[in-house]
Design a protein. Structure first.
Length: 195
């Protein structure tokens, strides 16, 4: 019990610090999304599959953090949402999201023991196209469209489903007030001219 309380206090302190830094950064950022290509190192994540409207995912996030505390798994980064289906093609009660929390490699010992829809896994190193969604921006569809157009102009194609890393909480779960990074795994395409 003492270990869980200590983990909880450490997590809250970490989230508070990240939130403060993100809020300061967000105030200095412009309202336009910035695009880039970034190389990510491989990482380990604790995840759970959530079905339903993204706005209702708070309970699942809390349960994932509680499970981490119970198993002695220490979070090492902000919450991520990997979007497993297209919300414009499926009704909101059927949206599938993989909620991820970065954790240390030692968490891999728990892989396969956490439940049917919750586990620990390793993500490979990869290149991603990145868009920064500033706090206050509500037209996220436009950000995605511009990001995909930009990455194709740069000679990249998608390699896997996209995800979003939340850099601030936004208060009351208000997505439009959250600063986030949208990441799309990509492959460089070699265009060869036809003879």
């Amino acid at each position: 019990m003492r270990k869980i309380k200590m983990w909880f206090l450490i997590s809250l302190t970490w989230l508070l610090i990240v939130g403060i830094v993100a809020e300061i950064y967000a105030k200095s950022a412009t309202s336009k999304p910035a695009f880039s290509i970034r190389k990510l190192d491989r990482q380990v994540v604790l995840y759970t599959i959530f079905r339903g409207n993204y706005a209702q995912a708070g309970k699942a996030i809390g349960e994932l953090y509680a499970l981490a505390g119970k198993k002695g798994i220490i979070p090492r980064g902000p919450v991520m949402f990997a979007y497993l289906n297209n919300p414009t093609l499926v009704s909101s009660e059927h949206w599938l999201t993989e909620i991820r929390i970065p954790v240390g490699r030692e968490a891999l010992k728990a892989a396969g023991t956490l439940g049917k829809m919750t586990d620990v896994k390793r993500l490979p190193a990869m290149e991603v196209a990145v868009a920064v969604k500033p706090a206050g921006m509500t037209d996220y569809g436009t950000i995605y469209a511009k990001l995909y157009a930009w990455m194709h102009k740069q000679g990249y194609t998608t390699a896997d489903t996209c995800w979003e890393t939340f850099m601030s909480h936004g208060g009351q779960g208000n997505y439009s007030q959250m600063k986030s990074e949208i990441l799309v795994p990509v492959n460089k395409v070699d265009f060869k001219p036809a003879n």
